[in-house]
Design a protein around this ligand. Structure first.
Ligand SMILES: [Fe+2]
Ligand SMILES: [Fe+2]
Length: 190
């Protein structure tokens, strides 16, 4: 179902789980950024109230994920580390703008890829996290993020055409695999 052209490296989970507090804090920040990005995307759909409503519902869901992450952090006495740069997302945007300007379709497809990789990695974490409660939390998030991937692919098809979006998604997925392979493993989702 996911468009990804590579699996996460088998060593990634052990590296990410070296610091579960940092991993969860980073994930919380990713959820917050997803909510903010959806709110900002509503600007591009000012004439399409149906899509604005869908984006608002999406943003609410990501904000709930952010809140759940914060509750798990608080329960363990772990801090919400301030959001830093996101080299993965920055590299994806650079990859999408190498040969063209950053179109709305590309913006939506970059979001789709981020959701797809999150889904794939949350699945790995749901199987390998030593904290049973956090493993279950990752499993529950994974199911929603898979739906988010589909949502963005559908939206990208709506602003161009489903065929064009599919072709471009395949191109960007190849670049995404390269980016993910080149990034060092650390206690972050991407
Ligand atoms: Fe989420
Ligand atoms: Fe999501």
């Amino acid at each position: 179902m996911l468009c990804l052209t590579s699996d996460t490296h088998p060593d990634w989970a052990a590296a990410a789980l070296k610091d579960p507090a940092a991993l969860l804090a980073d994930h919380a920040q990713c959820e917050k950024k997803a909510a903010l990005s959806a709110i900002s995307l509503t600007q591009a759909f000012a004439d399409d109230i149906e899509t604005v409503n869908e984006l608002a519902a999406f943003a609410r869901e990501e904000l709930e994920h952010f809140q759940s992450c914060c509750e798990h952090l608080a329960k363990r006495g772990w801090p919400l580390i301030r959001a830093g740069k996101d080299p993965y997302a920055a590299a994806l945007i650079r990859a999408a703008t190498v040969d063209s300007k950053y179109s709305l379709m590309d913006r939506l497809l970059v979001s789709a890829l981020i959701e797809a990789r999150s889904t794939e990695r949350l699945k790995v974490l749901s199987e390998e996290h030593p904290d049973a409660e956090l493993a279950e939390f990752c499993r529950s998030l994974m199911e929603t993020e898979a739906g988010h991937y589909m949502f963005f692919v559908r939206l990208a098809g709506r602003v161009s055409s489903p065929e064009l979006a599919k072709i471009r998604l395949a191109e960007l997925a190849l670049r995404e695999a390269q980016i993910v392979a080149e990034l060092p493993h650390s206690s972050r989702v991407h």
